[in-house]
Design a binder for this molecule. Structure first.
Ligand SMILES: [Cu+2]
Length: 460
């Protein structure tokens, strides 16, 4: 510090730079700025020249299918959750034109891309938040090979990420990689709160009563845990052939910690936050934990044919969506122990007319359902485990419907559009709702949506 004061200002600056450069082992005196190509980059002689890569990202509401039969309103980039994979080569000049078709201000931020300040969108930044209907172009040089990401700004006031606004951004090496992989898969991890609708995020509706009195972003209560915006069988599996080396790029775009675990295979962690792990330091593991925003690349050697699970090891995350398979081409899963099929009558339905102690299961199974039939005011719906009986019913406006839980598990009656929610209904308990206006109201059990526990109330 004293040395700087004693020297003339420009000379002092040069000396400091030279010392810093020497310390960093960098041969040039030019200061490095965010957005510059890395100064220690490999010689570019054999590599193709950098290109200008242009992308369009549009934030827009879209219907998104979490799994067959379960569609939600999402906020998306270009209509998908996650948004499109943006892929460039190191050193490319990247231009991303962002159009905001949401009813609220939005922007794009970058994970692991050391962009200049002028490309770091968000509140209090310049270019800052883009108003509804607005457009901005982010421009930066892609530095740092690896698994990166992008997302909307996050904070108490911006509840956009949990509705689907995130996506992968991959920077490939300019020269061919020495260790090429036979296949590569990218999985973006996230969570979904079925009560969080675009209307809630736009401050035009409220979350169900009973959530804690804290800022909205801290009231989230996730129902589903997703890989690439999908749950369970809707997630594309990892398909391999024996002997192949596979790279999995894992990106945690959610708000929770996830621990991804592979059966039958250990893997090597070859990159963290996109940056390569020196070969001698690469850990061999079968579980890897990703905190929010973290990325991990793992290399998996396919040497154990079969059909294996690949999932988050947090039990309710796995049970509610975050599981797929690692399957060898042509392999079939070894059959599970065969359970006797549930008697059709047990699931067939029952128009209950009594509230009281839960009857024995046999009493439920005997009746038949008349789905779609008109029902008198005061209609009752029986919940057995994982079914509403009847699943679809029609009532007149002003009618009350009472759901009675005759099952052994806790269930809920939750409007798909979050307009009402029973909260937990224990065995033997009931919930009554009066429908004041005509319409078609899909309902679901928040605990057992994945088991197909859905229904519809048509109000005439
Ligand atoms: Cu998890």
């Amino acid at each position: 510090m004293g040395a700087v004061r004693r020297l003339g200002s420009s000379r002092a600056f040069s000396v400091v730079l030279c010392v810093l450069a020497a310390l960093a082992g960098v041969a040039t005196a030019a200061p490095w700025r965010p957005g510059d190509a890395p100064q220690a980059a490999a010689p570019a002689a054999a590599a193709p020249a950098a290109a200008v890569r242009e992308f369009e990202l549009t934030a827009q509401e879209a219907d998104w299918e979490l799994f067959p039969g379960a569609s939600v309103k999402a906020w998306t980039y270009n209509g998908t959750v996650p948004g499109p994979e943006l892929r460039v080569a190191e050193g490319d000049l990247v231009r991303v034109a962002f159009t905001n078709r949401l009813p609220v201000p939005s922007a794009v931020q970058w994970e692991g891309l050391d962009v200049p300040e002028s490309a770091d969108g968000g509140p209090g930044r310049s270019p800052g938040m883009v108003p509804p209907g607005g457009r901005v172009v982010y421009e930066f040089t892609a530095t740092g090979v690896g698994t990166r990401a992008y997302h909307s700004p996050q904070g108490d006031a911006e509840l956009q990420g949990p509705l689907g606004l995130y996506g992968p951004f991959i920077v490939d090496p300019r020269a061919p990689e020495p260790a090429a992989y036979d296949r590569e898969y990218t999985y973006t991890l996230s969570e979904w709160d079925l009560s969080l609708t675009p209307a809630v995020a736009a401050d035009a509706a409220r979350l169900p009563a009973g959530r804690p009195d804290v800022p909205l972003s801290r009231q989230l209560d996730y129902d589903l845990f997703l890989l690439n915006g999908k749950a369970h069988e809707a997630i594309p599996p990892i398909v391999v052939r024996q002997g192949e080396r596979v790279r999995l790029r894992l990106i945690n775009a959610g708000n929770l910690i996830h621990t991804m675990h592979s059966h039958g295979h250990s893997f090597r962690i070859v990159a963290t936050d996109g940056n390569p792990v020196p070969p001698g330091l690469a850990l061999t593991k079968d579980s890897v934990t990703l905190r929010p925003s973290e990325r991990v690349d793992v290399e998996l050697h396919a040497t154990n044919p079969g059909v294996w699970m690949f999932h988050c090891h947090m039990e309710h995350h796995m049970a509610n969506g975050m599981m797929t398979t690692l399957r060898y081409e042509g392999a079939l899963p070894i059959a599970a122990v065969t359970a006797p099929a549930a008697p059709a009558a047990a699931l067939a339905g029952h128009q209950g007319h009594q509230i009281g102690p839960a009857p024995a299961p046999a009493a439920i199974g005997a009746a038949t359902a008349t789905p779609g039939s008109a029902a008198a005011p005061g209609t009752q719906v029986v919940m057995t485990d994982n079914r509403y009986q009847p699943g679809r019913l029609t009532v007149r406006a002003g009618s009350s419907v009472t759901w009675v839980n005759r099952g052994t598990n806790v269930h809920t009656v939750s409007a798909q559009d979050a307009s009402f929610d029973s909260g937990p209904i224990g065995p033997g308990e009931s919930f009554t709702f009066t429908f004041s206006r005509p319409g078609e109201f899909p309902i679901l059990c928040r605990q057992h949506l994945l088991n197909g526990m859905t229904g519809v109330v048509v109000v005439q």
